[in-house]
Design a binder for this molecule. Structure first.
Ligand code: UDP
Length: 366
């Protein structure tokens, strides 16, 4: 059997490895870009700092299966991500939690709110902001409006071009109000950064005598026939946009280098209410890279435009789901062609979910 995989991101690389390794079949894996690893791509710059070219990637999973799979290809450090946000000039942590409460309000007020919250919610509960807004108590209503305005409203408007009420609830639910003292961004059992970076991790997945990697290659220019095709590119592009374009958000990173050890106190600092960028990434934190210089990226969100920028985020809403389903129906008529990944499935996957989807597709096929 000869397999073709389009896209060398984590979805494609996972499948390539499983097919080559477990089935002992040949795989040709191609990518339009000049590098592997898709948007997980990272590289060490001249200062020895590992740069995440397409923005910060933090690996986190609660899936034993995924963790076991990725650890074959990389050792990970024990980095646990925290996000600092600057709210009215105050440095605090996101998701909004009990520490945030005491950071932004006077003690007595924070205590009153804390007591009311604990009377109403179980400790450690995560409450999506759209649900959190449904409060009867006057103090909790004030708090809900505060969190909505200071954390979500402006950030989401910058990130998605619309208010939190007009993006799918699952998007803002990624960063809930967290009734906890846990300051971490993720609560997954396994968290970390691959010690040699994501590019190396993907390279190791693709290092197999059955796998041939071809970069700078568009599948439309490819000759030859294959027994199975796995497509991790945009599903609408595969069908030449016959039903219309599936919209995406894109991101523009403005990189800056500074002649000092650190730019900010944390790897990611969110600016929900200020400036036009959403957040600033400082990459040296992830692997504890030592350098007298530092590199940051300011993240500006924008609409995806074909030929101008890259696809980053599918935009989940009813209209786009209807359009996606038309393509999905079309895909069902194809024999031995499979779609996966953020772009193939039009789903806002984290890395671990993309890997799990690839593993499960593999299991389905065999
Ligand atoms: N969000 C927000 N304020 C923040 C952080 C997140 O409003 O300070 C919302 C925003 O809509 C964002 C979503 O929560 O798109 C998910 O955030 P996450 O950090 O998970 O996004 P990613 O890192 O995948 O871009």
């Amino acid at each position: 059997m000869h397999n073709l995989i389009i896209g060398t991101g984590v979805s494609g690389a996972t499948l390539a490895n499983l097919i080559a390794n477990v089935l002992n079949e040949k795989v040709l894996i191609i990518d339009k870009k000049e590098h592997i690893a898709g948007n997980c791509y990272d590289y060490r710059d001249d200062n020895g700092i590992m740069i995440h070219k397409y923005g910060s990637h933090i690996f986190h999973t609660s899936s034993e299966k995924v963790w076991k799979f990725v650890r074959q290809f990389a050792d990970f450090n024990q980095y646990m991500h925290k996000v600092v946000a600057i709210i009215d000039g105050i440095h605090t942590t996101i998701p909004f939690n009990f520490n945030t409460l005491y950071d932004v309000f006077p003690q007595s007020m924070a205590r009153r709110l804390e007591e009311k919250l604990l009377a109403k919610f179980d400790y450690n509960k995560k409450v999506p902001i759209l649900e959190f807004q449904k409060q009867d108590d006057i103090d909790l209503k004030f708090l809900a409006n505060y969190v909505y305005e200071k954390v979500f409203l402006h950030y989401t408007t910058k990130q998605w071009g619309v208010s939190p009420n007009d993006v799918d609830g699952a998007v803002t639910a990624r960063v809930p109000v967290y009734l906890s003292k846990d300051d971490r961004y993720f609560q997954d059992k396994y968290q970390g950064i691959p010690l040699e970076g994501y590019t190396k991790l993907v390279e190791n997945m693709l290092e197999h005598p059955n796998i041939e990697v071809r970069l700078n290659t568009d599948y439309k220019d490819l000759k030859g026939s294959f027994d199975r095709v796995f497509y991790t590119g945009a599903i609408d592009e595969y069908f030449d946009y016959k039903f219309g374009h599936l919209p995406y958000r894109s991101v523009n990173f403005k990189f800056e280098e500074y002649d000092r050890e650190f730019y900010q106190k944390n790897s990611v600092v969110n600016y929900p209410c200020n400036y036009d960028f959403t957040r600033i990434h400082e990459f040296k934190y992830y692997l504890n890279d030592k350098s007298e210089k530092t590199v940051i990226a300011k993240e500006y969100s924008e609409f995806f435009e074909l030929g101008k920028n890259e696809r980053y985020y599918p935009i989940p809403n009813d209209e786009n789901t209807v359009l996606y389903k038309k393509y999905l129906e079309e895909a069902k008529h194809l024999k031995n062609v499979y779609f996966l990944g953020r772009l193939g499935d039009y789903k806002y996957y984290d890395m671990d979910k993309a890997i799990l989807r690839a593993i499960e597709l593999f299991e389905e096929i065999v």
